[in-house]
Write a protein that binds this ligand. Structure first.
Ligand code: PLP
Length: 697
């Protein structure tokens, strides 16, 4: 029994479990309430659970064998020398590529992410692990992370910040030989900033996260890593100094010699300075020479198509933190250093320092995150022909992370336990009989409806509301109704309320008792984004009107768990950003392997994914570039209603003698077979490796 406990502990300390449905099921079987209470954090779960009870339950429920198997698969995964990288390139145990990001979305209980940038970084690490890419990652361990969303009685978002207890999370402090925490230091005006380092294991990949909550720091500096995307510009510059400069110091402290550096969004671009400094010292050369050397091994991925999305700091602030650094460490005039983020081949930022300019000026490899976004970025930054141009690598998702247990069981039943390794698996899945594919949808939808009811009942209980309310919640939604999901950050460009534009028309759709339609919304607005918060308010007001409570739901506190449930359960995934502001978008990719279909504006990845037989487009007006916001919203919302009324709803409810919507199932076939093999991070990370990482010498 001790052996099985040790195996569970080892499993819980590697985020391999985040993409393993079996592991979740085993935890749930041991004790569902505890599992929920721990926020699905197995370290907390195993620390808290009574060991005798644990052993008894493992015996009683026959879990021993399942745990052994899981452990065996895990060991095989971790130690395999047959990965894509090792087969195609060479064998190595040393990380060679350093990846940096301000956020990582790895699990619900690790609140180090706010949205798509985070889940993309998390998925990047998971796929790098699957492929055996020798990559190491750096980030920040925010003690409060991103906020928890609470909906108030007057239908508004409020924010709650909860302290994470890192000691009961799947992460451990990096210690030296004398068991003292390894710390890095950064020179700040009049003081040093200290940070300790937490290590997380993402399969084969190590992620190091910096944490400034240490004794040596003053009260303000302790708070540098308290919350993600909170605070003022000066807090932000400190976080970015810690990530970029501190990130390089982590590698040095741990003896890691990376050869390529991937700056995932501008936040970490200060690393370019630290690399220049180290190169100057190592080779005894000047700034210019060192800068030219480092340039060829920096990779910059941009994620925003608008200048307003980029971090900018005023000159005085940049000078405060880099004035001495320029003169003493880099041995150049301050204004020369300022130019790195002020001047992009003649385009000037006036009195500001732009993190994207800094990254571009110092990176040979630059990419946007979809083909369209690549084009937009090339226009936005118009780089001279004499240098490397902006490429594009379309985003993906780590398929297994978002694949539900329900879907996986069906795939296993048909293709065996190693189904994911079967050649052309998605084409083969698309060739499963109508009944099988339709039951994939029905089972996933049913599971989602159960989850929504359970969540709402939990919240009714917490608020001590009446039994009537519980009974009401037990009947929310209909598990055979066409279910449409819209969930993502409530940034205004994503237009969360577009479907509410013509309430009469929407009401007609919702009132049809024969062809039932239901919507589930979810998402957080940034605490300072009043526009986004108002959108949430609009949806809640509408959802709480009598008559629609049953078929319009807003689920609070969107996180990775809610995301996984929604992308598995929804039949249609709605995406209606203002073009071309959605650089890629990834949530729509998460539905595909679960048999969901996309209804989307032709923006971001959908420009590449959409075909007549993979899903639906929301059409845009022909005079798009000259049209006002009003005109665009009017046109596109009409197209949205038209598509729902004339195509989607009829197709879903047109059934054959067995009750199967044959055309719908065929659309699923197109979506699964053509989109899943393309829009995943396995393909994406390979592309990063082949285009960029492997080109660095
Ligand atoms: C996938 C995901 C996102 C990103 O969704 P987009 O459609 O790209 O905006 C945001 N938040 C969570 C929790 C996600 O899982």
């Amino acid at each position: 029994m001790q052996e099985i406990l040790n195996q569970l502990k080892e499993l819980s300390n590697n985020l391999y479990w985040t993409w393993n449905n079996d592991f979740h099921e085993i935890m749930e079987e041991i004790n569902k309430d505890y599992w929920k209470w721990s926020s699905k954090n197995p370290v907390k779960f195993l620390n808290a659970i009574d060991k005798e009870y644990l052993f008894e339950t493992i015996e009683k429920r026959n879990l021993r064998y399942r745990i052994h198997n899981l452990y065996r698969d895990y060991r095989k995964y971790i130690t395999s020398r047959e990965t894509y990288f090792e087969k195609k390139y060479y064998k190595t145990d040393k990380p060679e590529i350093c990846y940096l990001s301000a956020e990582y979305g790895l699990a619900k209980s690790l609140r180090f992410y706010s949205g798509g940038l985070g889940t993309l970084s998390g998925d990047h690490l998971k796929s790098a692990s699957d492929l055996g890419i020798p990559l190491v990652a750096v980030g920040l361990a925010y003690s409060y992370g991103y906020f928890r969303q609470v909906i108030t009685d007057d239908n508004r978002q409020s924010e709650l910040y909860e302290l994470s207890d890192f000691d009961s999370m799947p992460m451990r402090l990096v210690l030296d030989e004398e068991y003292r925490p390894v710390k890095i230091t950064i020179d700040l005006p009049g003081r040093k900033l200290y940070a300790q380092i937490w290590q997380l294991n993402v399969g084969r990949i190590k992620l190091y996260m910096l944490d400034t909550f240490v004794d040596e720091n003053n009260v303000d500096d302790k708070r540098v890593t308290d919350i993600l995307y909170g605070g003022e510009a000066e807090k932000r510059i400190l976080q970015e100094i810690l990530l970029g400069i501190g990130g390089m110091k982590v590698l040095e402290a741990l003896g890691i010699e990376a050869k390529a550096f991937h700056i995932n969004e501008g936040h970490s671009a200060f690393l370019t300075f630290e690399r220049i400094k180290n190169t100057m010292n190592r080779h005894n050369i000047g700034f210019k020479e060192a800068k030219d050397l480092c340039y060829y091994s920096n990779i910059f991925t941009t994620h925003t198509p608008v200048p307003a999305g980029i971090d900018i700091f005023p000159k005085w602030m940049f000078e405060k933190y880099f004035g001495a650094y320029a003169v003493e460490d880099l041995k150049i005039d301050f204004n020369r250093l300022f130019e790195e983020g002020n001047n992009l081949y003649g385009q000037s930022m006036g009195d500001n320092f732009n993190m994207a300019y800094l990254a571009i000026n110092n990176s040979n490899f630059i990419n946007g995150v979809s083909k369209l976004h690549g084009e937009i970025s090339r226009k936005m930054w118009a780089l001279p022909e004499s240098r490397s141009q902006i490429d594009s690598i379309t985003n993906g998702v780590h398929t297994k992370t978002y694949l539900s247990g329900v879907s996986e069981k069906i795939y296993r039943k048909n293709f065996g336990n190693d189904w994911i390794d079967v050649d052309n698996i998605w084409k083969k899945i698309s060739e499963l009989p109508d009944e099988t594919l339709w039951s994939l949808r029905n089972k996933n939808r049913k599971k989602l409806v159960g989850f929504v009811r359970e969540r709402i009942i939990d919240s009714v209980r917490i608020h001590h509301e009446s039994e009537d309310k519980i009974a009401e919640a037990q009947n929310l939604l209909d598990d055979s109704a066409l279910t449409i999901g819209f969930a993502r950050r409530f940034a205004t460009y994503k237009r969360g309320t577009l479907v509410l534009r013509d309430l009469e028309r929407l009401q007609k759709i919702l009132e049809d008792k024969k062809r039932k339609v239901q919507f589930i919304f979810s998402g957080k607005a940034h605490p300072k984004d009043d526009g986004g918060k108002n959108f949430i308010h609009e949806i809640l007001k509408f959802a709480n009107r009598n008559g629609f409570k049953n078929n319009i739901i807003f689920l609070d506190n969107y996180d990775m768990e809610v995301a996984k449930r929604l992308v598995s359960g929804c039949d249609v995934w709605l995406n209606n950003p203002r073009k071309p502001l959605e650089a890629s978008g990834t949530s729509g990719m998460k539905v595909i392997a679960n048999g969901g279909l996309n209804l989307s504006i032709l923006d971001g990845w959908w420009v590449e994914g959409y075909q007549k037989n993979t899903g639906w487009e929301i059409a845009s007006p022909e005079n798009y570039d000259s049209a006002s916001d009003e005109e665009v919203n009017e046109f596109e919302s009409k197209s949205l209603y038209d598509t729902l009324e004339n195509e989607i709803i009829p197709m879903f409810y047109e059934r054959d003698e067995k009750g199967i919507p044959v055309n719908w199932v065929n659309m699923m076939r197109g979506s699964i077979s053509m989109l899943t093999p393309e829009f995943n991070t396995g393909r994406m990370v390979k592309e990063y490796h082949e285009k960029f990482y492997s080109k660095v010498r």
